[in-house]
Design a protein around this ligand. Structure first.
Ligand SMILES: [Zn+2]
Length: 261
């Protein structure tokens, strides 16, 4: 049975009428699985993340960095970061860096950047100093985690699948995904369910994104970062906070039999 309409409401009315016609009588009750997005599930507010311009290779291999070693299928580290410090191949220049060749990526932040946050703001976030050759005025720290929240999918969203952007690993069950923009020009780095966060939005928190664990900031902290003229080498990333009803926590994704990174 199917129904059409110029609007969702009209299509629902037509579907109910078709069901009643088939049924002979009564009032049809529609249950949507997955639920329909509705007016009160529009994004709440944006948070911000630091997109890095500087990628850095490491002397470390992913199999040596995670407590569960490496997944033989998707080649990602399994479980939590172990205690080994990261060794960068070159001296960092920017205030935020992302590792190249490690899956998941590690995010590395400068001491200058981290000095913007109070001890209270970062007391639940673990950082570990990284090593690198050469000299820098800054020390650098890898974000270890834990991630306070994870990215979610969106019901009805389109997942990009070129170049392994969105996938699920049938071996280790890891999922990574990236949603197509819902409108042209929109650049969103991930979606978080608002109720997964404390009622008072933290000024800085950790987020398991498509790439790895990264820092996210509220609007006030983002303004503070932008006002800190000494920080360099980053671009604005956007993270949307959404209502639970819109969130697909278990998106259906392709399961490649082979990963070609
Ligand atoms: Zn895997």
């Amino acid at each position: 049975m199917r129904a059409e309409g110029v609007s969702l409401e009209e299509a629902q009315v037509n579907l109910c009428m078709a069901i009643c016609a088939w049924n002979g009588d009564g009032e049809a009750l529609l249950v949507f699985d997955p639920p329909l997005p509705s007016a009160n599930t529009t994004p709440l507010e944006d948070c911000f993340t630091l997109n890095f311009n500087e990628g850095v290779r490491t002397k470390d291999k992913i199999k040596d960095l995670y407590v569960g070693g490496i997944c033989p299928l998707c080649q990602h580290g399994i479980g939590l970061r172990n205690k080994r410090s990261l060794n960068l191949e070159k001296t960092p220049k920017s205030d935020v860096l992302g590792t190249l060749g490690l899956r998941p990526k590690s995010f590395v932040y400068s001491e200058s950047l981290l000095s913007l946050f109070s001890t209270a703001e970062t007391k639940r976030i673990n950082f570990r100093e990284v090593e690198f050759p050469g000299k820098s005025r800054n020390r650098y720290y890898e974000l270890i985690g834990p991630a306070l929240v994870e990215q979610v999918g969106i019901f009805g969203g389109e997942y990009l699948t070129d170049f392994h952007q969105s996938w699920a690993c049938k071996r280790c069950q890891r999922k990574e995904f990236c949603l197509a923009p819902s409108q042209p020009g929109e650049l969103i780095d991930g979606y978080i369910v608002r109720s997964d966060l404390p009622e008072k939005l933290p000024s800085v928190f950790t987020f398991k994104s498509r790439l790895g664990c990264e820092l996210v900031f509220n609007r006030a902290m983002w303004a503070k970062i932008l006002a800190s003229k000494f920080l360099k080498g980053f671009a604005e990333g956007r993270v949307k906070l959404i209502n639970e009803k819109l969130a697909d926590r278990d998106p259906k994704l392709p399961q490649p039999s082979k990963f070609e990174w």
